[in-house]
Design a binder for this molecule. Structure first.
Ligand SMILES: C[S@@+](CC[C@H](N)C(=O)[O-])C[C@H]1O[C@@H](n2cnc3c(N)ncnc32)[C@H](O)[C@@H]1O
Length: 268
């Protein structure tokens, strides 16, 4: 692994995308080989706690609906949508992630039409979907989040549903460490400066994540015409001993690692 330096500093949409697209291309093979079995080729898992859409029901019924997944990776969730009768479509920034989607399309016989693009400029007509969702996809990698949420509002039909999972905002107070160190608050919850990794050899920004507080998310959704109906904070299940990055039983038994929002677009 190339040495990196971590900084917290402002970074714009173009630089975020320029870093994160290639980063996900580099990481895709490892991501799929490490997490693919847990996700399931046609499974819908909202986050490292393992909460499934079968149990959560945040999207509502998908049968007969047009459903857009943003940050779809290998399309596991959209394949689940197709199995349940919805017309699932994927969008992702990473070419390599989409190659994995094609691999799973062929392996399962359940094809997810997918497009390469970014959450801030969705290549779809206005009011063309009933449901849009992100399972840890795209939103925390985007600087221009007002634009991304507005884009979801644009492509959804009136009354359409938006659901997404993100790192629980309170996690940003703690080091991203699955062990006991990750239980000691060391950073301000209100520090919105993005997390930036810089490649020590090239000096290039190689990875970016953006943090918003719970209040920021409420304000963002309200400003874009959504009514929030759901905020799930999945508990860590007994006997679940999987470590995924900074998520673990050690931390998950004490506080939430994932936030799942559900919101409906107002009928105009
Ligand atoms: C943590 S993965 C989640 C993928 C999938 N939802 C899953 O559960 O495996 C995040 C995905 O978001 C994609 N992504 C990052 N920035 C994006 C952007 N600006 N627009 C669309 N997708 C983006 C990445 O390429 C990656 O596939």
């Amino acid at each position: 692994m190339r040495p990196i330096r971590v900084e917290r500093r402002a970074i714009d949409e173009s630089a975020s995308r320029h870093a994160n697209g290639p980063d996900w291309d580099r990481y895709a093979d490892d991501y799929q080989s490490t997490h693919g079995e847990f996700l399931g080729d046609a499974g819908f898992v909202w986050g490292p706690e393992g909460l499934t859409e079968d149990d959560a029901g945040v999207l509502g019924a998908v049968a007969g609906k047009d459903v857009l997944e943003i940050g779809s990776g290998a399309g596991q969730c959209s394949r689940w949508v197709r199995v349940h009768g919805g017309r699932g479509i994927g969008l992702d920034l990473s070419h390599r992630q989409l190659q994995h989607a094609r691999r799973l399309d062929e392996a399962t016989g359940i094809g997810v039409p997918s497009v390469r693009g970014t959450a801030t400029a969705l290549p779809f007509a206005d009011a063309s979907f009933d449901i849009s969702f992100c399972a840890f996809g795209a939103l925390q990698f985007v600087a221009d989040i007002d634009r991304a949420v507005a884009e979801v509002g644009r492509v959804l039909r009136p009354g359409g549903r938006f659901a997404f999972s993100i790192t629980h905002p309170t996690r940003w107070m703690f080091p991203d460490d699955p062990g006991p160190e990750g239980l000691v608050a060391s950073q301000s919850y209100w520090d919105r400066r993005p997390y930036v990794e810089v490649d020590e050899e090239s000096g290039e920004v190689s990875y970016v994540e953006h943090h918003r507080t719970l209040g920021d998310w409420v304000a963002l959704l309200a400003a874009a015409g959504f009514t929030i109906t759901t905020l799930l904070e999945p508990e860590w299940p007994d006997g679940h001993d999987r470590v995924w990055g900074g998520w673990s039983a050690t931390r998950g038994k004490v506080g939430p690692g994932t936030a799942i929002f559900g919101a409906d677009l107002l009928r105009r």
